[in-house]
Design a protein around this ligand. Sequence first.
Ligand SMILES: [Zn+2]
Length: 349
Amino acid sequence: MKSLVLERKDELSLRDFPIEREEETLGPRDVRIKLHTVGICGSDVHYYTHGRIGPFVVKEPMILGHEASGTVIETGSEVATLKAGDRVCMEPGIPDPNSKATRLGMYNVDPAVRFWATPPVHGILRPTCVHPEAFTFKLPDNVSFAEAAMVEPLAVGVHAATKARIKPGDIAVVMGAGPIGLVTALSAIAGGCARVYVTDLAEKKLEIAASLSPAIIGVQAGQESVVERVKADTDGWGCDVVFEATGSPKAAAQVFEPLAPGGCVVMIGGQPDPIAYDAGAAMVREARVENIFRYAHVFPRCVAMLSSGAIDVKPLITRTFDFDESVKAFEIAASAPPSDVKMQIELPQ
Ligand SMILES: [Zn+2]
C-alpha cells in the first residue's frame, strides 16, 4: 500500500510498501482502520533528520506516523465495543498483555511495548492498519478527525498533569512552548490550575501560548526571569508544579528554582544524556519529582475533554497537508517554522 517511508536518514519517499503479513492479519480482538488524519510529531521529524532517537536506530525502511484518527472498516470475531463505520482514535503503543508491567497497570513502561514508528515497528502514514480493540477509542460526533489525531500528544500533557496531582487553584510553570508544552499547559488548566506560566525563547510560540487561555502567561526566558516573576506573583512562595517540557539540560538544571516548598517537578522532555540535577534545591523544598514516559490510561479522558470543551486543541493545528504532499510536509516540519505548532496530514478517503 502507498505509504510514507523513511528510507534512511534524510530520505523520505511516498511509495508502495509491502507490510508484513502478520501486521495486516485481523485477529479476533483487532479492528481494521482506514486512516483519516495523522499528525507530524517531533519524533517522526527526528527520525527523518537524525535516523535515530537514543537506542532506537532506523536500520531498514520504516513507515512514519503515530498520531492518528480514522474509521473502523472491519472487526475481528470477538470485538464487542466497535463496529464498521465507527470514527476512532488510536493509542499507538501496544504492550504485551501478560507482562508484569502491564499486570501492574504500567503498560507504557512494558519493555516489550510495540510503538508505531519506533524501529522496527512501522507507523501509520498509510491507507489502513490493524490495531487492538483495547487501544482503539470511539469518537463522539462533535470531535473531528483533526482533533482526534491530537489526542496522542495531548495524552502526554494529561498524563503529566495527572502525575503532578494538581489541586484546584495550583500555580504551574511549563518550561517550553512546543506542542507538548502547550498541551501540558492546557492539561494543567483543565486539571484545576489557576495560572500557568509558559516559558520559551521564541516570541511567536509565547504569543500562541497566551492566546490559548487567559490563565496562560507567556514568559520570554531570554528577557525575563520566570523565577522572579513567579515569586513576585506569589508573595515569594513559588509555584506548586513545574513541568519541564524543553528537553534542554540547561532548562532542566533550573527546574527547582521557581518551585514552592512541597511542590512537584514533572520531567517530560526527553534527555538523551545524563543531566545535572540540583539535589540541594530539591531537598530544602522537599520537592517531589515525577518522570513520565508517554502515557497510560488517559486516551478516554482526553476524548471526553475534547468533547465537553474542557480542552480545545483546535488552535494548535496550524497546517494541514494532503497525503500526496507528505514529503514536502516533513521538509517544512524539519525546518521548524516558529508560527507552526502541529502540522497534520490527511489521507484520501
Ligand atoms: Zn507524538
